[in-house]
Design a protein around this ligand. Structure first.
Ligand code: HEC
Length: 123
């Protein structure tokens, strides 16, 4: 019984560790490739792009106080930011919202996953 419990705990820890490591890598990537345009802290305002605090679960193309370009807002209308949409966005923003003011390509799935893990912690 005890052994089963310990092993279940071990599995939990193992499952949790990579996500935690990913989030740390994601934060480094975000500082290097997103922070010149985006803020990530709740208390901060918008930059060249909208503040990304609480992004996951929020309607796309809508951020109070930030004026999105029309192509961006139109293409994303009715969508909600989840991991799948974010993965497509980070792969090629222009394929998701042609004419969006943000142009970005990340073809490494591990880096996209790390960025998404990090953004998920901002809530
Ligand atoms: C050179 C500036 C710049 C960089 C660098 C940049 N972005 Fe953006 N981002 C923008 C702008 C501008 C918009 C709004 C586009 C529009 O309105 O057309 C935007 C929009 C977004 C949106 C859409 C928000 C919404 O609610 O629709 C997400 C998500 C996003 N950026 C994430 C990121 C991430 C993650 C990175 C780093 C990998 C990043 N951005 C790098 C400028 C940038």
């Amino acid at each position: 019984m005890k052994a089963a419990l310990l092993s279940a705990l071990g599995t939990l820890l193992l499952a949790a560790a990579p996500a935690w490591a990913d989030a740390q890598l994601g934060e480094r990537l975000a500082r290097a490739s997103c922070a010149q345009c985006h803020n990530f802290a709740k208390a901060e305002g918008h930059g060249v792009g909208p503040n990304l605090f609480g992004l996951l679960g929020r309607p796309a193309g809508v951020a109070p106080g930030f004026e999105f370009s029309k192509p961006h807002a139109d293409a994303l209308k009715g969508k909600t930011w989840d991991a799948a949409l974010l993965d497509r966005w980070l792969t090629d923003t222009q394929s998701v919202a042609p004419g969006s003011g943000m142009v970005y390509f990340q073809d490494d799935p591990a880096k996209r996953a790390a960025l998404i893990e990090y953004l998920q912690t901002l809530k």
